[in-house]
Design a protein around this ligand. Structure first.
Ligand code: 4NP
Length: 171
């Protein structure tokens, strides 16, 4: 695993915040949910000054749109507020803007890796599944877009567990 946190080695946190980018396909379901969940955890932990996050999609179909209303409803059931996010598309410039790029599934991981120009950029891309609880038995965050409300609730639970694990590793 090539990804290093900025506070790595000597245990001395640096002043620049660690910037985390969650990526899915449309940026209206999984990655904005991960962003809002992670953001709520940062707030709770008082880590907003040290860690920041954003989200985007590899496709442009939904650029400028709010998250899917079914995902906003599932987040509301979990007590996570909407932060005003609007969908945007991943850009190669994101490799310079973010320290850790977290694709939600394998397809989006390979799309982003195809855009990496250096091994250092590729090393910033780490799949969300790295932080799944071992017992969940899933290889990636399932796409809830074509399913029902229960699928959205299940994705929110999985993202809550994974985001807690990311925060634990970074802080
Ligand atoms: P997301 O979900 O990648 O988690 O935002 C999807 C959103 C839109 C579509 C597919 C998945 N779509 O086909 O439009």
């Amino acid at each position: 695993m090539a990804f290093h946190t900025k506070s790595g080695g000597g245990g001395q946190p640096q002043s620049a915040p660690t910037r985390v980018l969650f990526v899915c396909l449309g940026n209206i379901c999984r990655s904005p949910a991960a962003e809002m969940i992670f953001s709520a955890l940062l707030e709770e932990a008082g880590l907003r000054g040290r860690i920041s996050c954003d989200s985007c999609g590899t496709a442009s179909y939904h650029v400028g749109q709010k998250p899917d209303s079914r995902m906003l409803a599932a987040l509301q059931r979990a007590g996570i507020p909407y932060n005003g996010h609007r969908a945007r598309r991943f850009s190669p410039a994101d490799f310079d803007r973010f320290d850790l790029i977290v694709p939600q599934d394998e397809e989006n991981r390979s799309h982003i890796l195809a855009l990496a120009r250096t091994p250092e950029q590729a090393a910033r891309v780490v799949p969300m599944s790295r932080w799944f609880p071992p017992e969940c038995g899933l290889p990636e965050v399932p796409d809830p877009y074509y399913g029902g409300a229960r699928g959205f609730d299940a994705v929110v639970s999985l993202l809550q567990a994974a985001c807690s694990a990311i925060l634990h590793e970074l802080s």
